[in-house]
Design a protein around this ligand. Structure first.
Ligand code: FE2
Length: 371
């Protein structure tokens, strides 16, 4: 954390009842951390900047720290079949275990969350070496997922430093939002959880009228904290004629969890063209989407041929417009995927694209025999 952030945190503390400076590292629990780290480096251009494992004195697991500008991923696998990470992967497949938040005082934040009713996952500990100083504790949230509360000065002291001379960045800048899928009928309970534990507020609400296609429906509420820097949409399935993508997720992940991580870029068309060239597939947007989108975005000068060639979606709201697209599933099970987003003023989530997006997802679901 640099001085600027510390000052900002102090400023927040005076206004915000649960100050946060942004997303901390997002940790994946996977079957093969080495290969996952290689894939994120090759496909997304993330740099591998740290390692912890048997060679550095951590006997039971191997973790890689990856970064792209402000984004930090940790990918962790284990050394033994009866380890809790192996059990987690066996039951859920690869997935996201920990969505970290950066806080100005981790001991205080953890104590406050627990006092407000959160279940502690890890009591705060201090880790300090010549690379940096960290205080980290964690609380439980939906499913098996946890939120680490992290106070950090300097580099993450849990990792041995690596210099990555191979990664070629694709312009991914920051985590824009992290979306949870929760059980049928539980969305409001989790909205209440984020209000009560972290003093988050509801930014937006999409009902099943807004988010439905001929076949499937879902409801979503967007919770925000850290003065709006942290955005966590929460989805629950709604009744549709066929199985919704949220139900499909819950069937395969076997518990609520993170559905997608949205990462921002300042130039989505360049980023996506680069990512496509590396072999990461994104969802297919049919030709019919574009005449309708042109009408919605009338008066805005866009390179529509390029947007269609790269299957990029466009939407506008009261504040501006945005470009977005979505990766296909990142593992064998239909659970977690990425969103790539460029905001040109817009603060929304692309509600005008939900129908086109879900129809695209349904085509994939139908191929899997899960619709
Ligand atoms: Fe999203």
């Amino acid at each position: 954390m640099d001085i600027d952030l510390t000052l900002r945190a102090k400023e927040f503390a005076s206004k915000d009842p649960f100050p946060m400076m942004g997303f901390g590292p997002i940790e994946w629990w996977v079957g093969n951390a080495f290969m996952t780290a290689q894939a994120f480096r090759a496909l997304l251009g993330m740099e591998i900047v740290g390692y912890a494992g048997p060679e550095t004195g951590v006997r039971d697991r191997s973790s890689y720290l990856l970064k792209s500008d402000q984004i930090r991923f940790i990918v962790t696998g284990c050394q033994d079949g009866d380890h809790e990470i192996a059990e987690h992967v066996k039951l859920h497949g690869p997935g996201i275990k920990d969505v970290g938040f950066l806080v100005p005082d981790a001991v205080h934040a953890h104590a406050m969350a627990v006092e407000r009713g959160a279940e502690s996952y890890r009591e705060p500990v201090k880790i300090e070496n010549d690379r940096g100083r960290m205080v980290i504790g964690a609380i439980r949230t939906y499913g098996e997922t946890v939120h680490s509360l992290i106070e950090l000065e300097g580099e993450d002291p849990r990792f041995e430093e690596r210099t990555d001379t191979i990664a070629r960045p694709t312009g991914l800048h920051a985590v824009d939002h992290v979306v949870a899928n929760v059980e049928l009928g539980k969305m409001n309970e989790w909205v209440g959880f984020y209000e009560k534990i972290f003093s988050f507020t509801m930014l937006r609400h999409f009902d099943d009228e807004a988010i439905s296609t001929e076949y499937t429906a879902l409801m979503s509420k967007v919770m925000a904290g850290g003065n709006g820097i942290i955005k966590l949409p929460i989805n629950e399935p709604a009744d549709g004629k066929k199985k919704s993508q949220i139900e499909e997720y819950l069937d395969f992940y076997k518990t609520p969890g993170v559905q997608h991580i949205a990462m921002s870029t300042d130039d989505l068309q360049t980023t996506i063209s680069d990512i496509h060239g590396r072999g990461l597939e994104t969802i297919y947007v049919p030709h019919e989407y574009y005449p309708e989108a042109k009408e919605r975005l009338a008066g805005i000068d866009l390179d529509w041929d390029n947007l269609e060639a790269e299957s990029i979606l466009v939407d506008k709201d009261d504040d501006g417009y945005l470009l977005q697209t979505f990766s296909k599933m990142l593992q064998d099970r239909p659970t977690v995927f990425f969103e790539f987003i460029e905001r040109r003023g817009a603060t929304g989530f692309g509600v005008g694209n939900f129908k086109a997006l879900f129809e695209s997802i349904e085509r994939e679901q139908a191929k899997r025999g899960n619709l």
